[in-house]
Write a protein that binds this ligand. Structure first.
Ligand SMILES: Nc1ncnc2c1ncn2[C@@H]1O[C@H](COP(=O)(O)OP(=O)(O)O)[C@@H](O)[C@H]1O
Ligand SMILES: [Mg+2]
Length: 247
């Protein structure tokens, strides 16, 4: 087991009242596994991702990565942790410095972690993310959204993470690119044995992509199972409702 999340709680205040955006959430993720966090907007998916990526601290619960408790990592140790948990967000343009070429940004990421990287490795990864090499010498605004997202995934893969956390990483792409990029992410995680936490509100994509799906509602896991369990044999009323809304 690569990641073990136990009883995670994150509360916020809204109109003077405290509410749990993530409410006693538990799940596991194996190396090479793709777990989709699915659910409506506001169900707590991004908050869960941010807690795991250490962008915010939980009020309760535990996050265990590869046997190590990373729930409260001191600031000075966070950089090392970020290496193991790489994130890809919805808007790839915003995740790149506008005045750096994609290559400069990618190399900066590698240098930041004192990693060695051969030209051959770069060529192999370019092929894997299906990005023509000349795109690397362009600026973020000079490539398409899909190409920019491929570069963002390339940058994450260069760091050799244990976990790839994708928060609506394909949601802003047009329909024809969306499926391709999602399948590429899946293949890369399988090949490199990276555990992938794939956050999406897109249930059809979840069905095609996931090894397991966790359906979230009000910060809780309503139901977790294989796409087959969830989509052809949902047990919970909420899951059934959500699926009915697709028709
Ligand atoms: N920093 C924050 N402060 C206050 N409320 C927040 C904050 N982040 C998220 N929330 C609230 O927590 C709930 C879950 O949000 P989020 O995790 O972004 O859901 P999702 O990603 O599933 O759409 C929502 O009601 C949202 O408004
Ligand atoms: Mg979100």
């Amino acid at each position: 087991m690569l990641l073990d999340v136990q009883g995670l709680v994150k509360t916020y205040r809204r109109r003077g009242e405290t509410f749990a955006a993530v409410d006693h959430l538990s799940f596991t993720l194996d190396a090479g596994e793709l777990l989709v966090l699915a659910g409506e907007s506001g169900s707590g998916k991004s908050t869960t991702g941010r807690l795991i990526a250490q962008f915010s601290t939980p009020d309760d619960g535990k996050i265990i990565l590869d046997g190590q408790d990373i729930t409260h990592v001191p600031e000075r140790k966070k950089k090392e942790l970020y290496r193991h948990i790489q994130m890809v967000f919805q808007n790839p343009m915003r995740s790149f410095h506008p005045r750096y070429t994609l290559r400069e940004s990618i190399l900066a990421g590698i240098r930041n972690y004192h990693l060695t990287f051969t030209e051959q490795e770069l060529q192999d990864l370019l092929k894997e993310v299906q990005l023509p090499v000349e795109r690397l010498d362009r600026y973020p605004h000079e490539v398409s959204g899909g190409e920019c997202q491929r570069a963002a995934i390339l940058r994450a893969l260069c760091i050799k993470p244990q976990i790839l956390l994708c928060d609506e990483a394909t949601s802003a792409l047009d329909v024809s690119t969306r499926g391709e990029v999602a399948a590429m992410i899946r293949n890369a995680c399988k090949r490199h044995q990276i555990g992938c936490l794939f956050i999406t509100h897109d249930l059809l994509l979840a069905r095609r992509l996931a090894d397991r799906v966790m359906v979230m509602h009000n910060g809780r896991a309503v139901e977790t199972g294989t796409p087959n369990d969830i989509f052809t044999n949902p047990k919970e009323a909420y899951t059934k409702e959500l699926l009915a809304s697709l028709l």
